[in-house]
Design a protein around this ligand. Structure first.
Ligand SMILES: *Cc1c(COP(=O)(O)O)cnc(C)c1O
Length: 493
């Protein structure tokens, strides 16, 4: 049976995995989802998978989502991303015991945030997909970033043959650490450009570039294929399924669980891609009781799971967990299409775009209520969680992980559920050193000095990619106006 992907919005087009990865978004505006029954692992298979090293487990699991003749190419991509050309430690996702919680640290990649896991693999999946579909053009990735995704994409694509990447960031609106991380990126195929303005300006410029016919023609003429490393790409979702299995197996191997025991996962959420990958892992046989969906004060998901209405008509809050400052969580669309009333998805997304809200049925609400618990944390609560984690559990939480920690504790207290819990830690605290330091000390410091001072205060080790960040040479200093983006790209291709 061929494994084909369909759009969440109901168009009749079906693509194979490689085609879907190269295409990114479906023509009807929907996201690609499997149009085939997911593989379900039974106990004996889980037992066999539980001893595999990360890259082999990734090859096996992601391989289930492609056709049989793709398995070898997928395995080769996983080997490169997680073993031979890897920035990750041997374990890829280490587990720490923090009080009674298992913390799965997803932040040991090149940029110290969880997006590294998917963005290290995506470039290799893309080059394989080019080969598989006999596409002879080179991929050129264009991405606007508000900070974290851009750097993770740069590191993922850096020096990957057959690919090039240009990241556009707003000159107003990324932190000093984020900017320094981007402008010091090495690699022969990477380019980083500041656009005068804020994130919206940068995002709009890149959208205009993708829509520009003359740029498309120039790209075609030079044998270049324009694409994005957007978080809605199916090639970013599949790699995230792997660490749910891996974390679970890791704890089993360490004696913290028996194979087959149920666990809860707590996920600091924004676009909901991370959590959705877990839901898919559960459908494939991972014994998960509940997903605990944690938000900051941009708590659209909390309300959605509590009362069945997705309502984006609310004030946008800028928080100290900025990667979760999102009002339209794009992967909820996949959740509705895969686990809710499939045929209603297109209409709901239209209503969301036109009116800013939609509601699900009582039956769907009931299904989701058994699977998800959702909660949120205020600014003050995030600070308290960081402080409690440090003083009581001797663990330094970044603000995003702290949101998860707080919501998980609330859940344990109010539900009485004693199922073992795994908290996904999505960033290194050193990436957000200034805010973390402010939560656990009264020091008043510059962002530049915060990394070292956080190390002195906590004794936690500074991750290598951040250790000498302000001493590295600046390699990219171009600044352009928004309306200069198209001529700029044309010159590069
Ligand atoms: C992107 C990100 C998140 C949110 O993940 P989603 O998959 O968008 O829900 C949480 N924490 C950090 C640090 C991130 O970078």
């Amino acid at each position: 049976m061929q494994k084909l992907y369909k759009s969440t919005r109901g168009s009749r087009v079906r693509l194979n995995l490689c085609e879907a990865i190269l295409k990114g978004l479906a023509d009807d505006g929907g996201l690609f989802v499997p149009d085939f029954p997911l593989t379900h692992y039974e106990f004996e298979q889980l037992n066999q998978l539980s001893v595999l090293p990360y890259h082999e487990l990734a090859a096996k699991i992601i391989g289930e989502f492609g056709d049989d003749d793709m398995r070898e190419g997928i395995a080769d991509a996983c080997l490169k991303a997680y073993k031979t050309q890897s920035h990750f430690p041997e374990e890829v996702v280490p587990i720490r015991q923090v009080g009674d919680i298992h913390v799965a640290e997803l932040f040991h990649g090149a940029t110290c945030a969880f997006k590294d896991i998917a963005l290290s693999l995506l470039p290799h999946l893309m080059t394989f997909s080019l080969r598989y579909t006999r596409e002879e053009r080179e991929v050129m990735i264009l991405t606007a970033t508000s900070g974290d995704t851009g750097k993770a994409a740069l590191e993922g694509f850096s020096d990957v043959p057959g690919t090039r990447i240009t990241v556009f960031y707003p000159d107003q609106g990324v932190s000093a650490v984020q900017k320094q991380q981007m402008v010091t990126t090495t690699g022969n195929n990477v380019d980083v450009v500041a656009i005068r303005g804020n994130f919206d300006d940068a995002q709009r410029a890149v959208k205009e570039a993708f829509a520009d016919q003359s740029l498309q023609q120039a790209a075609d003429a030079s044998g270049v294929f324009l694409s994005s490393a957007n978080s809605i790409n199916i090639g970013r979702l599949l790699p995230q399924i792997v660490y749910y299995f891996y974390s679970y197996f890791n704890i089993v191997r360490a004696g913290g669980l028996n194979l087959g025991d149920e666990v809860n996962f707590c996920i600091p959420s924004g676009n909901f891609g991370n959590c959705l990958a877990g839901v898919i892992a559960r459908s494939m046989g991972l014994p998960v009781h509940r997903f605990i969906v944690a938000s900051n004060t941009n708590n659209v998901l909390t309300d959605f799971f509590q009362n069945g209405t997705y309502d984006a008509r609310r004030e946008f809050h800028t928080t100290i967990a900025p990667a979760m400052d999102i009002l339209v969580s794009s992967n909820v669309e996949r959740l509705l299409s895969m686990y809710g009333d499939t045929n209603a998805t297109a209409e709901r997304m239209k209503q969301l775009a036109d009116e800013g809200h939609y509601s699900i049925s009582a039956a769907e609400q009931e299904v989701f209520a058994s699977l998800f618990f959702a909660g949120f944390q205020s600014r003050r609560q995030i600070d308290e969680c960081i402080e409690q984690g440090f003083c009581k559990d001797h663990y330094v939480l970044d603000p995003h992980t702290a949101v998860g920690y707080g919501v998980l504790k609330d859940y344990q207290r109010t539900s009485g559920d004693t199922t073992s819990s795994i908290l996904l830690s999505t960033a290194s605290p050193f990436k957000f050193a200034l805010d973390v330091l402010a939560s656990i000390s009264t020091l008043n410091v510059e962002e530049k000095d915060a990394i070292l001072l956080l190390h002195r205060k906590t004794n936690a080790e500074v991750p290598a990619p951040l250790a000498d960040i302000f001493e590295r040479p600046v390699l990219h200093s171009t600044v352009i106006e928004r309306n200069e983006i198209i001529p700029y790209i044309k010159e590069k291709i």
